[in-house]
Design a protein around this ligand. Structure first.
Ligand code: 6PG
Length: 475
């Protein structure tokens, strides 16, 4: 037994992570349900490091030094349970099973408890960065028992992306917290992509830009405060020319967005936690609307109403879109961090938002220059009530607010959908409002259901005798 880590599930993500470990000097035991993938990996990349080829689970487990560390890289779902069971049967107390897939965090909570009962350490680890990140340095969000991190942490930290000498990996918290945090990461990823999509749509339909012109704008934006992986790849995608037609590739791709589930999970969890993640929700729904092909086909030709004039000052409106994007992005991240705080409180995870901002600076899909500012904001005030209230972001929004409003107005006048821009602005206006219409909601609830209300000038709950003499009584 000489391998320090075993990887089972050798599709692209698993293979690349195995190679990443090997390139960092670890001996890696390889296992896959069908040996073909294992041999293909060894044939193509066996020279990159020290691999141990194994065929059966027993052989695989026997190849590992103790405490054994096995990373499972299979498609999240039922397959994961089967693999865990098989491994658990072959492993011994103190060994560590790591699930590196996009598992639902409640599954991870359940699996961790089941493994703990058998003396095994179960680590649900969110891994972000796609194929390229897995190979060259992903962001890793491992949850599970703290003790397991002592032997596992240094290995994960060494293969993770590094930013200013800091690894994009840290122990997140108990049981399902790593996968929870990865789920919210993906929710933010959805919001970010939707916001970028809305900006793109405005360039195309309000300013009449072609894909190349829009690519140039994103390339330019990537040199400033919006600098991020998603903005960078947006320019690359927009610059791609379709070999078959000679048109921009983006213009020949069907405009129906798919999803595998993590964005939807984020919104479901936010509903349960009572956290308004409006940006993420709009992004998930926008994908759903785009995919409603039958309805959309039938709805062509619906009334638009009188449309406004297109903006004439191109440079000015370009900058306004940039500001709207930046401000909406601040809102989306603020909401995501609110959800993390709520999840932490609900499950007693003691999560540290500043740590997450730190490990999301590199490796992951939402990596962005702006995460440095989030890190600083939480360092200055770990109990920040909302990211929007941190001085840096408060000022950024103050600078952007007029442009943000203008973009939403122009989009509305031109009939261009901007669900995430608009709802983020409404969220911001709701957050800062002196009075919300919720007072009326409470009055209505009391009217039809005697649900009671609080008064602004007295303690306690009250009820008005609506169907009686309409006097007020304490509840
Ligand atoms: C990451 C990505 C990764 C994956 C998502 C995409 O962090 O590396 O988020 O997990 O690309 O599964 O999700 P959708 O298929 O739902 O868009």
């Amino acid at each position: 037994a000489r391998a320090q880590i075993g990887v089972t599930g050798l599709a692209v993500m698993g293979s690349n992570i195995a190679r990443n470990f090997a390139r960092h000097g670890y001996t890696v035991a390889l296992h896959n349900r069908s040996i073909g993938k294992t041999d293909a990996l060894l044939e193509a990349h066996g020279g990159e490091g020290d691999f141990v080829r194994t065929e059966t689970v027993e052989e695989f487990v026997a190849a590992l030094e103790k405490p054994r560390r096995v990373l499972i890289m299979v498609k999240a779902g039922d397959a994961t349970d089967a693999v865990i069971e098989e491994l658990a049967d072959a492993m011994e107390p103190g060994d560590i099973i790591i699930d590196g897939g996009n598992a639902l965090y409640t599954d991870t909570i359940r699996r961790e408890a089941a493994m703990a009962a058998r003396g095994l350490n179960f680590v649900g680890a969110g891994i972000s960065g796609g194929e390229e990140g897995a190979l060259n340095g992903p962001a890793i969000m491992p949850g599970g028992p703290k003790e397991s991190y002592e032997s596992l942490g240094p290995m994960l930290e060494s293969i993770a992306a590094q930013v200013d000498g800091t690894p994009c990996c840290t122990h997140i918290g108990p049981d399902g917290s790593g996968h929870f945090v990865k789920m919210v990461h993906n929710g933010i990823e959805y919001a970010d992509m939707q916001l970028i999509g809305e900006a793109y749509n405005l360039f195309r339909d309000a300013l009449g830009f072609d894909a190349k012109q829009i690519a140039d704008v994103f390339t330019q934006w990537n040199t400033g405060e919006l600098e991020s992986y998603l903005v960078e790849i947006t320019a690359e995608v927009l610059n791609q020319v379709d070999a078959k037609t000679g048109k921009p590739l983006v213009d020949v791709i069907v405009d129906a967005a798919e999803q595998k589930g993590t964005g939807r999970w984020t919104v479901k969890s936010a509903l349960d936690l009572g956290i308004p993640v409006t940006g993420i929700a709009e992004a998930v729904f926008a994908r759903a609307l785009s995919g409603s092909r039958t309805q959309r086909a039938a709805a062509k030709g619906l009334a638009s109403g009188v449309l406004g004039e297109k903006p004439t000052d191109v440079a000015e409106f370009t900058e306004a879109i940039r500001q709207a994007l930046y401000a909406s992005k601040i809102v989306a991240y603020a909401q995501g961090f609110d959800q993390i705080a709520a999840g932490s409180a609900e499950y007693n995870w003691d999560l540290h938002p500043g740590d997450l901002a730190t490990i999301w600076r590199g490796g992951c899909i939402i990596r962005a220059r702006f995460l440095n500012r989030i890190k600083e904001a939480y360092e200055a005030d770990p109990a920040l009530p909302s990211l929007i209230l941190a001085p840096y972001f408060r000022e950024a929004i103050e600078k952007a607010i007029d442009s943000w409003r203008r973009v939403v107005v122009v989009a509305t006048q031109l009939g261009i959908p901007v669900p995430a821009f608009a709802s983020s602005l409404s969220y911001y206006d709701g957050l800062r409002a002196e009075r919300l219409p919720a007072a009326l909601t409470q009055g209505q609830r009391d009217f039809f259901g005697a649900h009671t209300y609080e008064r602004i000038d007295a303690e306690g709950k009250y009820h008005t005798l609506w169907s009686g003499d309409r006097s007020e009584v304490p509840a």
